[in-house]
Write a protein that binds this ligand. Structure first.
Ligand code: HEC
Length: 174
């Protein structure tokens, strides 16, 4: 292997690199970058929206109307009216998740039974139930407007129940 041969190899390698670079530059010039400036569609934003500011100005009247129109299709709001598709919502605020006695919850929702339904959890749930608890049987798309959610939650607050009947089971199997 003499020096001239090595020279030729080096020169041809250099030519290849320059040609490749040139091709890339030309390609970019001919085919413009096609990535859209903004996403074409957006998935719903699932970062929790703090519900407290909306609770402050919640409309009970509007929440009562929404609950009657939407939630009542599957839920009842008073004790003694079990048998609907969904669990009775009386006393749901402050109750452990998936613990209304006698209701056959999905395994997915029962996994959260150690947690309590507070305003924020209810809001996150009602935003998109199937996303908040993957595998839930609550086939309801959700309330996208945080104020609507707060209004409904303020209505749920009015559904008081005699506490003893609804105290959640404390771990022992029923
Ligand atoms: C299409 C029927 C349907 C509609 C409409 C519906 N739900 Fe439900 N909901 C269910 C079912 C079924 C469950 C039980 C889900 C499971 O076990 O995974 C449930 C569960 C719940 C729970 C959990 C209760 C618990 O004891 O842990 C809450 C809270 C709730 N729904 C609130 C609402 C509210 C508020 C609305 C109205 C905005 C609503 N749901 C609309 C069917 C429905």
């Amino acid at each position: 292997m003499d020096g001239r041969f090595l020279n030729r190899v080096a020169v041809s390698a250099l030519i290849s690199v320059v040609a490749l670079g040139g091709a890339l530059v030309t390609a970019h010039a001919i085919v413009p970058d096609t990535a859209p400036a903004a996403p074409v569609f957006r998935l719903p934003d699932l970062r929790a929206v703090p519900v407290a500011p909306y609770m402050v100005r919640a409309s009970l009247a509007h929440g009562t109307m929404l609950a009657g129109r939407i939630c009542a299709q599957c839920h009842s709001f008073a004790l003694g009216s079990e048998g609907n598709a969904g669990p009775v919502l009386a006393g749901v605020v402050g109750r452990n998740i998936a613990t209304f006695p006698g209701y056959a919850y999905s395994a997915a929702l029962r996994q959260h039974a150690a947690q309590i339904w507070d305003d924020q959890r209810l809001s996150d749930w009602l935003m998109a139930p199937a996303r908040y608890v993957v595998g839930t049987r609550m086939s309801f798309a959700g309330l996208s407007d945080p104020q609507d959610r707060a209004d409904v939650i303020s209505y749920l607050h009015t559904l008081h129940t005699p506490a003893p009947t609804l105290t959640p089971a404390t771990g022992e199997s029923r």
